[in-house]
Design a protein around this ligand. Sequence first.
Ligand code: SF4
Ligand code: SF4
Length: 384
Amino acid sequence: MTSKVPLLAAFAKDLYHCSDCNYCVDAVWAERGIDHVCPTLQHHSPLMSFSGRGYLAAARAWFEGQELDLDALSERVFTCTTCGNCEQICPIGLRPAAVGRALRGELLQRNVMPQPVRDLLRAMREDGNPNGGARSDRMAWQQARTGAAAEHVLYLPGCAAATAIPAEAQAAVELMAAAGYAVQTLGNDDTCCGAPLFELGDETTASSLIDALAEKVRAASTVVISGLECARSWQRLNDANLQPVTFNELIMTALSTQRLHLNPRATLPPRVFVLDSCQSRTALAPGRALRQLLTALGIATTPSVDTARFIVCCGAAGGMPQVEPAAADRMADARLLDAGADAVVVGADPRCVAHLRRARRDAGPRVLGLAEFLNTHFTHDQNR
Ligand code: SF4
Ligand code: SF4
């Protein structure tokens, strides 16, 4: 028999194996670096129905044919950052965050969603990004460059760097050029990879966006990206011939192979608080690489990379800033509080950097993207 909720049916195994252990609700385990799990429970509502366990329970009830109040359900499932910490912590490998996305997908198909989600989908359709900037302004930060470098890279800044913190995109281009690369972009053909739509539960449109972007970059020998949520779109595409490198990785390699030389401008900040992203917690590679890079430049970092595995989301992801902006700000404030007022906060993920900077207002530590930080505190050899 065909299921009336096919997106949920794909997770049938998860729906019937939850042991109700509550790890994804309230786990705290200092020795493992776990200090709570779910940002929505901590900063929006403590009700279990807003948790991964709650999403599994609601999905099972719907899958079994129970009549649910879909408006109430949509308020709950669209108030999730999709950070995946509940999956990271689940001792039996269930996928409550993915089930939450499937619930979103079922609701979208029935046109049931909170107004901010409707507005966000319209912004994606009309502007091609979740930040509200006009499509025609996406690459307005670009400056014409001259130079005769032989090795080309194609740079895809992603929506956050392109439209929310274009200074990060500009600084990234400058550093890549200093490392001897001829940096190209897609210009006005640059488009979203679909990550925001994937998180909202519209996997079909998200797939079509990454497919379209992939066709535009297929001829490039090296593709460099800034957004870590974009990195996951490329992973989902799963095309062995199309695996972009992150800006973080490229700069690390450029430094270790002496392509790029950075010299401190003046006294360096005594400490950098690394802004780990929930987009990179599984492999931990970006968080580790960022710490290695800063350490190689003589800068002490906190916190330890071990804490990144279970980091509680800063509120930038999953549509949270648009759907529940006050809760998203509280999530950001919590991370800024962890950093301490004397730290400089540096992130490799422009979406998190843009969100914390917006939430910081005039108080709290300075927040910089990696490229901005390097350009602010170091000079580099130009035109190698
Ligand atoms: S994905 Fe993140 S915000 Fe959503 S339920 Fe899981 S831990 Fe909470
Ligand atoms: S989803 Fe996993 S962590 Fe959460 S209550 Fe069920 S078994 Fe426990």
